[in-house]
Design a protein around this ligand. Structure first.
Ligand code: ADP
Length: 219
């Protein structure tokens, strides 16, 4: 699995968990916060941790955020997140994920051009609710440590291709054990090789945690 570069801006609870987890998964992480304490706490874990005000465009450029695979804006204040997202956009950052506190903030950050906006509490509540309602495969399968079943949205390059063409088993060492079309109630288990992926599908994959992570990060 090729190492990817991530920029994490804002090391509050969310940003620091994210930076830590990515680093633990062997990824290259450059973390920034204007608080010295926040930076100090993460500095031994990530590749580079910098005390800086991210609302300065030069800082973002200097740290190379325009060239990274993904930059996550995890600052609490909407005004500052807007500014940082705008500068990242102007610098041509490839994949900007911005954290919002509510739907209005999310809308604004999307309009500015964040490629993906998350509202962590909403998103994790939805995931939890789904997992509580839907029987969890994990409850039934005696999986080995580090092997998981996960649901992912297909990365853009998967859309319009069949499972056979994608050959995920060989390329990523993961198995597609189910698919769910948008608005469908049921998961289609063991989809056939000629199943063609649509943009709003959800794929259920089984594999080693590292291989699943590599694939999820493409999305
Ligand atoms: P969380 O809910 O994830 O804990 P917080 O809003 O509490 O989010 O934390 C956001 C972090 O972002 C704080 O550590 C704060 O110091 C940092 N931060 C806020 N503004 C800036 C900025 N302009 N540049 C860099 N870091 C910032």
């Amino acid at each position: 699995m090729a190492k990817k570069q991530f920029g994490i801006i804002g090391l509050g609870r969310f940003g620091s968990y994210l930076a830590r987890t990515l680093a633990e998964q062997g990824q290259e992480v450059v973390a920034v916060d204007r608080s010295e304490k926040a930076v100090e706490e993460i500095s031994s874990v990530v590749s580079q941790a910098v005390v800086a005000d991210a609302t300065r465009k030069e800082t973002l450029e200097h740290l190379g955020f325009d060239k990274m695979d993904t930059v996550v804006v995890a600052i609490g204040s909407l005004a500052q997140s807007v500014l940082v997202t705008l500068f990242l956009k102007e610098l041509g950052a490839r994949n900007i994920i911005a954290k919002a506190l509510n739907e209005e903030g999310a809308k604004i950050l999307s309009l500015i051009g964040a490629h993906r906006v998350i509202i962590p509490e909403r998103d994790s509540a939805i995931r939890l609710a789904r997992s509580l309602v839907m029987p969890n495969f994990l409850d039934f399968l005696p999986l080995l440590p580090d092997f998981y079943i996960t649901e992912v949205k297909p990365p853009p390059e998967f859309v319009g291709k069949s499972l056979k063409e994608l050959d995920l088993r060989r390329k990523y060492r993961v198995y597609v054990i189910g698919v769910k079309r948008a608005f469908a109630d049921q998961i289609q288990l063991l989809p056939p090789a000629d199943y063609v992926i649509e943009r709003d599908d959800i794929l259920y994959l089984v594999g080693h945690q590292k291989d699943l992570a590599a694939l999820a990060l493409e999305g």
